[in-house]
Design a protein around this ligand. Sequence first.
Ligand SMILES: Nc1ncnc2c1ncn2[C@@H]1O[C@H](COP(=O)(O)OP(=O)(O)OP(=O)(O)O)[C@@H](O)[C@H]1O
Length: 264
Amino acid sequence: MQEYDYNKTHIIDIPLELAMQTDNLQVFYGDNHAMHDASLQFPRHRITALIGASGSGKSTYLRCLNRMNDRIATVKGKIMYRGMDINTKNINVYEVRKHISMVFQRPNPFAKSIRENITFALRRNGIKDKTELNKRVEESLKAAALWDEVKDDLDKSALALSGGQAQRLCIARCVAMKPDILLLDEPASALDPISTAKIEDTLMELRENYSIIIVTHNMQQASRIADYTAFFHMGHVLEYDVTEKIFTTPQIKATEDYISGNFG
Ligand SMILES: Nc1ncnc2c1ncn2[C@@H]1O[C@H](COP(=O)(O)OP(=O)(O)OP(=O)(O)O)[C@@H](O)[C@H]1O
């Protein structure tokens, strides 16, 4: 693979209210320095895409944002959320994950009913009132554009859903907890084009109320839905800008090579 100058980057400051940001974030898996000095700002109520070749560090970076790397890696640098550095020992990571929620690549519904998939975490967080629980089930399934398809089957097993429906249920499960930020790690990579389009439509709707950060290999997807895009290469963020600029006038050679299919 061609070597690029990692000191030459093009990373803009976001001219909007921020949802969160990282300052000089570094990640080590033992001796493997997997992420170098990533400083990125994420705008509130916008979609930001993280793109780059396999192994470039996108998932590693994403997982840091709600402390999912705690047990597997050493994470240095600041992760700023609401004026606080959440990458410190005294932070309650379970609280963090209520605000900054993750949807994974493979849909992972619980082996429970559709309703219970949504109410499980709510109950554990002390919400017992049936009316409130029913309201949250309906609201979150509507937000994830799944309500019309499942409203008569709420007590049926979530395992009977299609992959695309199951992924939207996982999004609904996050949304029910009313987080602030949704992190999605290639949420549509296991889905067919129709289910992918539904997920994309769902994210575009959710953008009104949530700040969304999504890892994707699908460049069309990034250009369709993301307001801002960051390009990762070999553990470095080399370029971060408005999505249209990344795809039409990239400032960095590596970005240009990647989006034109010259590597990766
Ligand atoms: N749990 C882990 N333990 C050790 N090393 C890891 C772990 N997860 C990722 N890595 C390493 O960190 C580097 C970045 O991997 P990461 O999965 O973050 O890249 P990625 O850009 O998300 O790739 P992909 O697009 O294939 O998911 C790679 O060298 C990878 O081998």
